[in-house]
Design a protein around this ligand. Structure first.
Ligand SMILES: *Cc1c(COP(=O)(O)O)cnc(C)c1O
Length: 403
């Protein structure tokens, strides 16, 4: 069997229908969408506007509220730094949580060096932040709450509508990094009280290097201090010639994701549950990380006790997944997200994230189960720790001697 890709939360392949939609915009329709005085420019602008509508529709926004970016890292930075600098007179307090993506954590840390104060909420053991926690953290000088819609490592979905309602009540702007949720679960920025939302095309079968930031235009009209200054494109929020083929791809990807969301979420959740059923049928001492209920349909994060995730990945060969210690792969630090749930180093180090996608098949899942079960059994057979645990020795009480 050829290699199996179960790492869709890292990136997805471009859907052939998306590629087809993009191709003309590299060739005959290559104009600059900012060129106002000839048909090449008009054709490009028309394509960009169509894509704006396609993306807006997925989240219940107006097309004028979509600002094109290079992806979610830029979207998050534009939103967080943009609000912080625009509303600094009102206050300098921001609320976020410890298990955000680095593209939210790092801009918040940067703002801490610039005189802002950040409250870092801890998640519960399932990876969830409650509206209650947000409420308790709010202060008179709070200007922004930024919390991810769904977590990329464990798939947990936050109570976004409740948090949004709370922010509305208190007049605080609410940004959500919806990179993993966009196109996978229903989103409505008005019903959910979202003021700013980041998304990225390459996580939904679009091209890399393009994405969008939703910026609310009324009730309230959100203003952002731009990071990039230049030609004043995108309402002055993000200057620079637009990536027209990429944007066309982002729009096409959004339209397909919306059209297929219902059937796809059922299909991938079934495959995910099949994977878990197969693993737990054949293996003991494995557990699911995250919230088994409020979770993305495609994500399964499992700890295999007494087995090290990186060795396990090597053990089962040509199946692409992520491990809880591989995230910043240069270091062997266990994932801060799993640690944030309260997992010990042993469980964090022994975790694997399986993220399924549009082209994942039942055969691939069955093959994965077989390979993972064999690799786990093989590694456990060689593990003195596993042998001791099987003999009934409580490993937490063992005094390890060093020489
Ligand atoms: C992938 C991802 C990002 C980064 O998006 P890019 O478009 O690659 O910059 C940010 N947040 C989350 C939750 C992600 O999964």
């Amino acid at each position: 069997m050829k290699s199996i890709y179960l790492d869709h939360n890292a990136t997805t392949p471009v859907d052939p229908r998306v590629l087809e939609a993009m191709l003309p915009y590299f060739k005959e329709t290559f104009g600059n969408s900012a060129s106002r005085n000839h048909s090449f420019g008009w054709a490009a602008e028309e394509a960009v506007d169509k894509a704006r509508g396609q993306v807006a529709k997925v989240i219940g926004a107006g097309s004028k509220e979509i600002v094109w970016t290079s992806g979610s890292t830029e979207g998050n930075n534009t939103a967080i730094q943009g609000v912080a600098r625009m509303y600094a007179d009102k206050g300098k307090h921001i609320i976020t949580c410890t298990i955000e993506h680095k593209a939210v954590i790092d801009p918040c840390k940067f703002l801490e060096t610039q005189g802002y104060e950040v409250t870092w909420l801890d998640s519960d053991p399932k990876g969830c932040i409650s509206a209650e926690q947000v409420k308790e953290a709010m202060r008179d000088d709070t200007i922004l709450v930024t919390l991810m819609f769904a977590n990329n490592e464990i798939g947990t979905i936050h109570p976004i509508a409740e948090i949004g309602a709370l922010c509305k009540e208190r007049g605080v702007l609410f940004h959500t990094d919806a990179t993993q949720a966009f196109g996978k679960v229903p989103i409505d920025v008005n019903e959910m009280g979202i003021d700013l939302l980041s998304l990225s095309a390459h996580k939904v079968y679009g091209p890399k290097g393009v994405g969008a930031l939703y910026v609310r235009r009324k009730k309230p009209r959100v203003r952002l201090q731009p990071i990039l200054h230049g030609g004043g494109h995108e309402r002055g929020i993000r200057s620079g010639t637009l990536n027209v083929p990429g944007i066309v791809g982002c729009g096409a990807a959004a339209e397909i994701a919306l059209a297929e969301m219902q059937t796809e979420s059922v299909r991938t959740a079934q495959l995910r549950d099949r994977l878990w059923a197969g693993l737990s049928e054949h293996l003991t001492e494995i557990s699911v990380n995250g919230d088994p209920q409020n979770r993305l349909p495609n994500t399964l994060n499992v700890s295999f006790l007494y087995v090290e995730g990186e060795s396990l990945m090597m053990g089962f060969g040509d199946i692409a997944v992520s491990s809880g210690s591989a995230c910043t792969s240069a270091s062997l630090e266990p994932s801060y997200v799993l640690k944030g749930l309260g997992l010990g180093d042993d469980l964090a180090h022994s975790s694997i994230r399986f993220s399924l996608g549009r082209f994942t098949t039942e055969q691939e899942i069955d093959h994965t189960i077989k390979r993972v079960v064999a690799a786990v059994n093989h590694l456990r057979d060689m593990s003195p720790l596993y042998e001791m645990a099987q003999a009934g020795i409580d490993l937490s009480k063992v005094v390890w001697q060093s020489h």
